[in-house]
Write a protein that binds this ligand. Structure first.
Ligand code: NAD
Ligand code: DAU
Length: 353
């Protein structure tokens, strides 16, 4: 079996569901269930004996030790993190705790477990760390996309905490020989994304008739990838990636924020027209994110060349699927928009207007 951390969050849950759909190998899913973790997302797996959910904190080494000894996974796939840049600006402490200290704790537990494995199992074991393109910092309009050997230049508390985790993973490979794999992925979108991130935030607010807050001039560029394509990339890296290597994962799909929001509004105009006017009328301009990275873009040629992975969805097909998903899962959205979410929206947006 494999052990996944953060499998009740957006990408982790999509990964676990895709995995159990296509592979006959059980998953131990370890998640602390922070505000971003949601068991409702995993409802389709209730009763599936191949899915073992454990509510635990990756920082709790004793529990993680016991889980590894009990379940003897052949791989650890590490998704768990605090993941929202704006939250990291308002409160960086949790990011340092989970992303840095949590990754350290997990690596150390993994090393002990891996050291005790018999020969063939030890050789086959993998620790796959799911990182982000944000560790490479910000590109100008004319810079080439990030490659695996682009220098680190994290700019936000979030990306600095992820960069720290990457360095720990590298060190555990270099010093102890732990067979690690690291992926650097661009912006994901798709089903079950918490509505604090751009795409689900805009869809849910549009449907509620609320303002659609674009930061700064709306010209920041992100390289969008459908979450199912990211999950396929992780499966490819786990199956065929070379231990100690890093792989960039991206959609070859650079879009400005204003373009993203226009496409979303147009899709909603078509699928759920308003009584009058367009959803575009709800767009508002708000104060910029402090230290806002201008552009991200991924050169995903290494993973294509070496592991034969490329995205299956186009931005148009992926976004249409995503909008349809949110339109048909309004209860899921209602369930995750708790009092805590409302408090966050107030904290992040009240002073931007
Ligand atoms: P998310 O915030 O939706 O989910 C994170 C999950 O981790 C939640 O279920 C949460 O409960 C869990 N978690 C947090 N702290 C924990 C702890 N201490 N112990 C155990 N579980 C804990 O995040 P996501 O968007 O699904 O991102 C998953 C991973 O992918 C993260 O490592 C993130 O940095 C990386 N990533 C995300 C994107 C993106 O666009 N969302 C892109 C590239 C990389
Ligand atoms: O690049 C990968 C990263 O993508 C991941 O590592 C992060 O976990 C993930 O959150 C994401 O980070 P971003 O900061 O790029 O994503 P976010 O959805 O928060 O913002 C996308 C862009 O939209 C960014 O330029 C900021 C802008 N934005 C965002 C929000 C929430 C707005 O203009 N208005 C908003 O209300």
């Amino acid at each position: 079996m494999i052990l996944v951390t953060g499998g009740a969050g957006f990408i982790g849950a999509n990964f676990v569901m895709d995995w159990l759909d296509g592979v006959d190998e059980a998953v131990v899913n370890v998640d602390k269930l922070t505000y971003a973790g949601n068991l409702g997302t995993l409802r389709s797996l209730h009763g599936d004996l191949s899915h073992i959910f454990v509510r635990a904190d990756i920082c709790d080494s004793n529990t993680m030790d016991v889980l590894l000894e009990d379940y003897q996974p052949r791989a650890i796939l590490h998704f768990a993190a605090e993941s929202h840049v704006d939250r990291s600006i308002h409160g960086p402490r949790d990011f340092m705790q989970t992303n840095m200290m949590g990754t350290f704790a997990l690596l150390d537990v993994a090393r002990r477990y891996w050291s005790g494995l018999p020969g063939a199992e030890k050789d086959a074991f993998r620790f796959l760390h799911v990182s982000t393109d944000e560790v490479f910092g910000s590109l100008s309009e004319t810079d080439p996309p990030f490659r695996e050997d682009t220098l680190y230049a994290p700019n936000s508390p979030y990306s600095a905490s992820k960069a720290s985790a990457d360095h720990l993973v590298r060190a555990w490979n270099h010093t102890y020989g732990l067979p690690t794999l690291t992926t650097h992925c661009s912006n994901n979108y798709g089903p079950y994304q918490f509505p604090e991130k751009l795409i689900p935030l805009m869809i849910t607010r549009a449907l509620e008739g609320k303002p659609l807050p674009l930061y700064g001039d709306g010209q920041n560029v992100r390289d969008w990838l459908y979450v199912g394509d990211h999950c396929a990339a992780i499966r490819a890296v786990l199956a065929k990636g070379r231990a100690g290597e890093t792989y960039n994962v991206g959609g070859w799909n650079e879009v400005t924020n204003i373009q993203v929001v226009h496409v979303l509004c147009d899709l909603l105009d078509e699928l759920r027209p308003k009584a009058s006017g367009s959803y575009r009328d709800q767009i508002t301009w708000v104060a910029d994110r402090p230290g806002h990275d201008r552009r991200y873009a991924i050169d995903a040629s290494k993973i294509n060349r070496e592991l034969d992975w490329k995205p299956a969805e186009t931005f148009e097909s992926g976004l249409a699927k995503t909008v349809r998903w949110y339109l048909s899962h309004e209860q899921w959205v209602a369930d995750v928009i708790s009092g805590d979410y409302r408090k966050w929206v107030e904290t992040n947006y009240a002073r931007r207007a």
